[in-house]
Every structure is written in structure tokens, then in C-alpha cells.
Design a protein around this ligand. Sequence first.
Ligand code: SF4
Ligand code: SF4
Length: 69
Amino acid sequence: MGIVDIDQERCIGCGLCAQYCPLEMVFINSETQKAYKCELCQGNPLCVKACPTGALQLVYGETGEKVNG
Ligand code: SF4
Ligand code: SF4
């Protein structure tokens, strides 16, 4: 399992991905008319670093290793 990445060069801003995401985690930027979503902060997730209890963990797909912030 990997992450979902958005190729901004190919995105036409149709909004279908945002429409179908059940958690409403994809949005269309009104200025750029491109789709955006969490892309794990380029592998350094700030939400994991900020979580004070370790509830948020970065899990590596291949090894299952879990890393807290
Ligand atoms: S808005 Fe979403 S579904 Fe439409 S082209 Fe961009 S990434 Fe693909
Ligand atoms: S802070 Fe967390 S949820 Fe927000 S973009 Fe970064 S990894 Fe995604």
C-alpha cells in the first residue's frame, strides 16, 4: 500500500476525486483549480510530530515499522 499522489500537471480540476472521497479529504483550490490532499508532508508528517500522545504514527508500508513524532 502506498499513498495517493496528485500530478498537478495532469489535473484538470474536474472535482470528481473530491466528490467521491468519503472523508472529504480532497479539495479543489479555487485559485489554481487543481486538486489537493494530504501527501504526508513529503515524508515528514507535521501532524505526527505535533501529536502529544503518540496516537498518530507514521507507518512504513513495506516493513510495518511505526514512527512517532
Ligand atoms: S480534480 Fe481530481 S479527478 Fe479531476 S483531474 Fe484532478 S485529480 Fe483527477
Ligand atoms: S500535517 Fe499530517 S494531515 Fe496535514 S498534510 Fe501533513 S501529513 Fe497530511
